[in-house]
Ligand binder design. Structure first.
Ligand code: NDP
Length: 327
């Protein structure tokens, strides 16, 4: 089997030389395990953080993957079944039933959506809106990195949960236009085009009640500035800072939260896995009817998994970035 190992710690932005493709012997399924041939792999921003210390060097790394059981020594993982597991960035993996979820066959729903809007990515958006910010119908929402996986899910979910106006930020004009034309955003701006606070104020002149922030830094500062009385910010991530060597300058306006009786709450989706069933029940009919989309940027081939990861960090993706390893 082929696998990717991290072989050194990055300084700033990671580069291809931080990784190596290695060949390992194909594992025999021992009793209680199954051999999975991976079909889809996920590349995610948290992996950039893991590169600083969480991932051991020269060792298998962790990551979400979808695959087909090709040999099994556990009746709970039947041959031919499709499973979700966390031994990413390898062509094959030996998993136990406790480490893998056998996916249901959902007609009209692509299995790879379990790495996108039906998986941890969509769950992050869902938890941000329903549990952290407790969005109420009629409220106005701002989503940063809105054309990414979490962001595109958050914008669509906000609409379904009854938001009045949904505005987003993205890295290019094409992405911003796509958010409005295809995903139902009311307005979107390009964060590279000028100060984020000014652009958000123009896109949402009356402020917002709820923010899903994926970017941190100047985006978080702008979000605090645009927040209405009793507004809530669900802070999911800080993609603008993951490569930074020193702490960010912004946000400088934290005290505004006191004056606005506002709330800023960080969260990890891993603490909210109990919402997964609720997310699937809520979204599956919408995916079937086409009232929700799961936009994916698909990179073809295991040999390009590192490129897909580095590209995602730079904003090459629209929607969730995934890699198709095999059909
Ligand atoms: P995305 O699909 O959103 O990909 C990352 C995107 O970030 C890029 O496409 C790029 O889009 C944008 N970006 C990169 N650098 C910058 C920058 N300097 N300023 C603004 N935008 C930038 O990834 P995910 O949807 O997987 O993750 C989005 C965020 O959610 C991340 O911060 C991640 O850490 C967080 N997250 C948090 C979880 C939690 O449990 N709290 C779980 C999952 C994700 P663009 O072209 O628009 O700039």
């Amino acid at each position: 089997l082929a696998a990717v190992h991290q072989i050194r710690r990055p300084r700033g932005a990671p580069v291809p030389e931080d990784f190596a493709f290695v060949t390992e012997p194909m594992p025999e399924p021992l009793p209680g395990t199954a051999l999975v041939e991976n079909t889809w792999l996920s590349v995610d921003p948290y992996m950039r953080e893991n590169m600083d210390g969480e991932w051991e060097l020269h060792a298998p790394l962790e990551g979400r993957a979808l695959g087909r059981v090709v040999a099994s020594a556990d009746p709970a993982l039947p041959e031919g079944s499709l499973v979700l597991h966390r031994q990413g960035w390898r062509t094959h993996a030996a998993v136990t039933a406790a480490e893998a979820r056998v996916l249901p066959d959902l007609p009209g729903v692509a299995p790879e959506s379990f790495l996108g809007i039906l998986g941890g990515t969509g769950l992050t958006a869902y938890v941000a809106l329903t549990r952290i910010a407790a969005l109420r119908p009629g409220e106005d929402v701002f989503v940063s990195a809105a054309a990414g996986g979490v962001g595109s899910a958050a914008g669509q979910l906000a609409r379904l949960l009854g938001a009045r106006r949904v505005v987003g930020s993205a890295g290019t004009r094409a992405k911003a236009d796509w958010l409005v034309a295809e995903l139902g955003f009311d307005a979107a701006f390009v964060h590279r085009d000028g100060p984020v606070a000014e652009q958000l104020a123009a896109a949402a002149p009356d402020g917002v009640d709820v923010v899903v922030d994926n970017v941190g830094g100047d985006h978080l500062e702008a979000a605090i500035g645009a927040l209405r009385e009793r507004g809530r910010i669900a802070w999911a991530g800080a993609i603008s800072q993951y490569n930074a060597a020193s702490p960010p300058a912004a946000p400088r306006n934290l005290f505004d939260l006191v004056e606005k009786s506002g709330r800023l709450e960080g969260f990890l989706v891993s603490r909210h896995r109990d919402a997964q069933g609720e997310l699937e029940a809520f979204l599956t009919p919408h995916l079937r009817q086409g009232t929700v989309r799961d936009p994916l940027t698909v990179t073809e081939g295991f040999g390009h998994v590192v490129d897909a990861f580095l590209g995602m960090l730079r904003g090459a993706n629209t929607g969730k970035a995934v890699v198709r390893v095999a059909s």
